[in-house]
Design a protein around this ligand. Structure first.
Ligand code: GDP
Ligand code: MN
Length: 348
């Protein structure tokens, strides 16, 4: 009942404030926000930025998802930040719990070990459910079924420059299936056996992997080891058909059965990124290097003419924050070195 009442509340409070796009064509797309009730303050910061920098001109809707029922406070405090349509959904229990093949005792022991080792979020159970959900389940939520593209938004991030065009439309027109702004090395203690599992998957499913893929970016030794490069998925814009594909479904199910979401601490970022490397060509993945973005830890700050024209407020030369200047940021330069697919082999 509580969920029903909240749903009704959300409906009443959104229908009269929803606006159509101001002008031009829109893509069938949304922002997707996974959040806890207490995240609303940090989310208002994020929403203020994405609205001011971009969405007040486009009014793309928001889908908020939570493993708990959203509080009326959360709903009030987020829907009041936008004129766009907002949806609030609870995550089904089976998408935020242990699959039956997971040994919970073993998972608890591994968490303890990783915590003692000082691995970031190593002791957290909820973080693991979050990573598994973001890896393979968020796009299965009923509220997501109506959309073709999504843009992930987190609490406490910043958009550092105006976005004067529609990145969804850019992706659609250029047939791009995955867009990113920050690429970084993984903390390898969180994924010690992920690559072993990826190798097993590749060996068992060669027919799912196209000849011209982007694997070179994640493995410089021809598939022997993982170099840790991944797109920082707290920002990502994706064509949801990538996640809904047979290839991605099989990949996620395989990894899910391997158990590393619980016995290690596999993140959704390396999982998404390795999938993109396995299944997509360089031309189907786009670095939005003109989008200035900060998530605690790192920023991507455009430089050159775009910085001035798009009213950026970040310092591209700030070595402590700007990822492309740091050793941890080599992955983005290396993406640029990934060879282009021969034109005869490009996917239409
Ligand atoms: P970090 O970016 O890896 O440091 O992790 P965050 O704390 O930012 O979490 C990633 C995303 O998942 C954010 O959008 C959080 O709001 C969300 N999140 C993390 N843990 C939970 C949780 O237990 N429940 C819900 N509903 N959302 C969560
Ligand atoms: Mn975060």
């Amino acid at each position: 009942l509580a969920v029903g009442v909240l749903g009704l509340y959300a409906l009443l409070h959104t229908s009269y404030i929803s606006y159509s796009p101001i002008s031009g064509e829109r893509v069938n797309a949304c922002f997707t926000v996974l959040a806890r009730n207490q995240d609303w303050r940090d989310l208002r910061d994020s929403m203020k930025q994405i609205e001011d920098r971009f969405n007040h001109r486009y009014n793309y809707p928001y889908v908020f998802l939570n493993d708990q029922p959203f509080s009326s406070e959360f709903i009030n405090m987020t829907q009041s930040m936008t004129k766009a349509k907002v949806y609030y959904g609870q995550i089904p229990t089976e998408h935020w719990s242990y699959p039956e093949w997971i040994d919970k005792q073993k998972a608890a022991e591994r968490r303890k070990e990783m915590k003692e080792k000082g691995v970031m979020y190593g002791g957290s159970e909820s973080y693991r459910h979050m990573c598994r959900f973001e890896s393979g389940l968020f796009f299965k939520h009923p509220l997501m079924q109506q959309f073709d593209y999504y843009w992930r938004l987190e609490p406490g991030i910043q958009y550092l420059c105006d976005i004067n065009y529609d990145p969804f439309m850019y992706m659609k027109q250029h047939k791009i299936r995955y867009g990113w702004t920050i690429a970084i090395y993984e903390l390898m203690d969180t994924v010690p056996t992920l690559w072993d599992s990826v190798k097993k998957f590749m060996a068992a499913n060669p027919e799912l992997i196209p000849e011209h893929n982007s694997l070179w970016w994640v493995s410089r030794d021809n598939g022997t080891s993982y170099n840790g490069c991944h797109f920082w998925s707290n920002f990502e814009i994706a064509d949801l058909s990538f996640y809904r594909s047979e290839q991605y479904s099989k990949f996620f199910d395989f990894l899910d059965h391997e158990g590393g979401f619980f016995y290690e601490r596999w993140g959704d970022a390396p999982v998404h990124s390795i999938a993109a490397a396995l299944f997509l060509q360089k031309e189907q993945v786009h670095w939005f290097r003109d989008i200035g973005y900060y998530h605690p830890g790192w920023q991507h700050c455009p430089s050159g003419d775009a910085w001035l024209a798009n009213r950026c407020t970040c310092d591209p030369n700030d070595k402590s924050k700007t990822i492309t200047n740091a050793d941890w940021g080599k992955c983005s330069h290396q993406w640029e070195l990934l060879p282009n697919t021969p034109s005869s082999q490009r996917k239409a």
